[in-house]
Design a protein around this ligand. Structure first.
Ligand SMILES: Nc1nc2c(ncn2[C@@H]2O[C@H](COP(=O)(O)OP(=O)(O)OP(=O)(O)O)[C@@H](O)[C@H]2O)c(=O)[nH]1
Ligand SMILES: [Mg+2]
Length: 428
């Protein structure tokens, strides 16, 4: 599961990345701060309570465990995540983020950093366009003050650049494609386009859905060998929509006019995307304060509270800074970042969480670790698909699986539910 951060320079892509992955990357108020892509992992809160809650309930009911005390730092959680955390049964799941160089108009022709980095985004399951909702930077990312750029224009240019990039890839083999259509008809067209676009993540079903939308919009198309540049451009736009559906972070919302993103939100939502106002700067400050132990700020929380260490160690200036941050969070309803990524994963990418274990009774791995892994898998994934998600050997050697909640044996085709605990039995 990989999500790319794209957009014009100087909008807060790296700040978003640094906040969500809690890693140190370069951030500055000028264009092209980032040149080489940053890749890191963010941990998102799972929707449902971690199954370790059920384990605790069972053990308490059997008299094998006391209730969690008020001062339990895990707030009752019993699992032992290999990555991420679980506090108060709120389990976090890993998602890879990619932060790339800023894109400027003309990038498909090599302007700015060119579109070389688009290859870094090719393997992403979804893209988030970070826009400057405050309008304080021009289309090339130069800080020129309020009114320098409208988020709608930022979005329109990115959409065009991505489409022109796809158009270029299509055109590079178009005469070969045309020969295939002449020989094989519609199927040849789909296979040619899919072949051209697999490198950037295009699949057969994406190409089919793009072609059908393209045909619905252009009634009098004629034969592909007569399609001129503007028709191929329209096809490229539909392919862009299918391969790179865009969601938007309306960033710098803290310094934007309220509602500055409303018009763009309607546009993005009309294409099936999600737009949320965000304040990456605030999220970064909060993560740092939490890491230093001054505040409690679980991922996705709408506000924070001071810890004991915060109460006793913060100086006046730091307290004032945090008070201002708290007011900002109340005004914006949180920083928006975790919400946005979580909604994309759940609603746009339709992922559920599965917990593979080796011991279906104790829900442990071979070392006795309780619920060590929480994996995001596509809704509709079956038991064998989960085996492959764990390891290809486990998929290849799949014999059967066991539902850890019911103890029932399940077959390869059994479709998983969100929050399932599954043991996989495979040939070793
Ligand atoms: N007010 C405000 N400023 C922000 C926010 N997010 C980022 N910034 C500032 O915007 C500037 C650019 O941030 P970066 O994260 O470096 O932007 P980028 O999009 O990665 O820029 P390039 O790598 O140059 O493409 C920095 O001065 C940040 O501090 C925000 O939510 N609010
Ligand atoms: Mg950057």
């Amino acid at each position: 599961m990989r999500i790319g951060l794209v957009g014009k320079p100087n909008v807060g892509k790296s700040t978003t990345f640094a906040a969500l992955t809690e890693s140190a990357v370069e951030i500055a108020n000028y264009p092209f701060t980032t040149i080489d892509p940053n890749v890191g992992v963010t941990f998102l809160p799972a929707d449902a309570d971690c199954p370790c809650r059920n384990l605790r309930d069972k053990r308490e009911a059997d008299g094998r465990l006391e209730s969690a005390t008020d001062d339990d730092p895990r707030a009752g959680s019993l699992c032992e995540p290999r990555t991420g955390t679980c506090i108060g049964y709120c389990r976090t799941v890993p998602v890879t983020l990619v932060d790339v160089a800023g894109l400027v108009p003309g990038a498909h022709d090599g302007k700015g950093r060119g579109n070389q980095f688009l290859n870094d985004l090719a393997q992403c399951d979804a893209l988030i366009q970070v826009v400057d909702a405050s309008g304080g930077t021009d289309i090339e990312g130069n800080p020129l003050g309020p009114g320098s750029c409208n988020p709608i224009d930022e979005h329109a240019f990115l959409v065009d650049e991505l489409a022109m990039w796809i158009h270029g890839i299509l055109d590079s083999g178009w005469s070969r494609g045309v020969r295939r259509v002449q020989a094989e008809g519609e199927r040849g067209l789909v296979e040619f386009i899919t072949g051209q676009l697999t490198g950037i993540g295009g699949t057969d079903s994406m190409v089919l859905s793009a072609i059908s939308a393209f045909k619905a919009e252009n009634s009098d198309l004629g034969v592909p060998w007569d399609w001129d540049d503007s028709i191929r451009a329209s096809l490229a736009h539909h392919l862009r929509r299918a391969i790179f559906p865009l969601c938007v972070a309306a960033n710098k919302a803290d310094v934007a006019e309220p509602g500055a993103w409303d018009a763009l939100a309607s546009k993005v939502e009309s294409e099936g995307g999600i737009l949320l106002p965000t304040s990456a700067d605030s999220e970064l400050a909060l993560r740092r304060a939490a890491k230093a132990g001054f505040i409690d700020y679980p991922p996705g929380a709408k506000n924070f509270s001071l810890t004991e260490s915060g109460q006793s160690n913060l100086n006046d200036a730091q307290r004032k800074g945090l008070d201002a941050l708290s007011e900002r969070l109340d005004r914006l309803g949180g920083t928006g970042l975790v919400d946005l990524v979580s909604r994309i994963v759940r609603e746009r990418l339709d992922r559920i969480v599965a917990y593979p274990v080796q011991d279906e009774g104790h829900w442990t791995d071979g070392d006795g670790r309780v619920l060590p892994d929480a994996l995001l898998v596509q809704r509709g994934t079956n038991a064998k698909g989960l085996a492959y998600a764990v390891h290809s050997d486990l998929g290849d050697g799949f014999i059967r699986a066991v539902d850890g909640r019911t103890g029932r044996v399940i077959g390869a085709d059994h479709e998983l539910n969100d929050n399932d605990v599954i043991k996989i039995v495979a040939k070793s």
